[in-house]
Write a protein that binds this ligand. Structure first.
Ligand code: SF4
Length: 85
């Protein structure tokens, strides 16, 4: 079991215990990183993550696991690939 696994379990518990997680049901949080507009993750972070009660657990997990997709605590973890015209 890795540290990321432990932190994922903590995040899952926090999500289960929280009645209203701001990003639930918003597909932009699970979008492929290449499909996000420039600064979109930051904008989502201000709009939703800034008042999320599970943000500490979300960010702790994402910092450890560096998920290749999605927005976590208002940021992404994979390098953006250039779009082709
Ligand atoms: S901090 Fe994490 S769980 Fe909370 S709204 Fe943002 S992405 Fe969702």
């Amino acid at each position: 079991m890795t540290r990321a696994d432990d932190l994922y379990r903590d995040l899952a518990t926090a999500l289960q215990e929280t009645p209203k997680v701001p990003c639930l049901g918003i597909d932009r949080f699970t979008a492929d990183i290449k499909d996000l507009a420039p600064n979109e993750s930051t904008q989502l972070g201000f709009a939703y993550c800034s008042h999320c009660p599970v943000k500490p657990a979300c960010v702790a997990y994402a910092d450890a696991a560096r998920p290749p997709a999605g927005v976590w605590g208002g940021r992404t973890y994979s390098p953006r690939t250039p779009r082709t015209p």
